[in-house]
Design a protein around this ligand. Structure first.
Ligand code: FES
Length: 95
């Protein structure tokens, strides 16, 4: 199974995870500071800045796209409960 590396810039931790893992699951595992609410892609609480490697995340769903637009989220931000890591190196930090 393909693997990906996720780095949480806020706590300086890098972890290797299987492809398809959502950022929020990785954050919970390492104790990063990404907060969340619904985990359904609706509340926007888990907004996360993708510092680099955004191309290694699955494209946002229609729902995620809409929530990001509704929140006026800056470019390079994703919902951690929705964004799945596919491969490569991804660096994130809480928004
Ligand atoms: S936790 Fe609600 S949108 Fe991610």
């Amino acid at each position: 199974m393909p693997k990906a590396k996720v780095t949480f810039e806020d706590i300086g931790v890098t972890i290797t995870v299987p492809a398809g893992t959502r950022l929020i699951e990785v954050s919970e595992r390492v104790g990063a500071a990404i907060t969340y609410g619904c985990r359904e892609g609706e509340c926007g609480t888990c907004l996360t800045q993708v510092v680099s490697g955004g191309e290694h995340l699955a494209d946002p769903s229609v729902l995620e796209d809409q929530v990001l637009k509704d929140m006026f989220a800056p470019r390079g931000h994703r919902l951690a409960c929705q964004a799945q890591v596919l491969d490569g190196d991804v660096v994130v930090k809480p928004a």
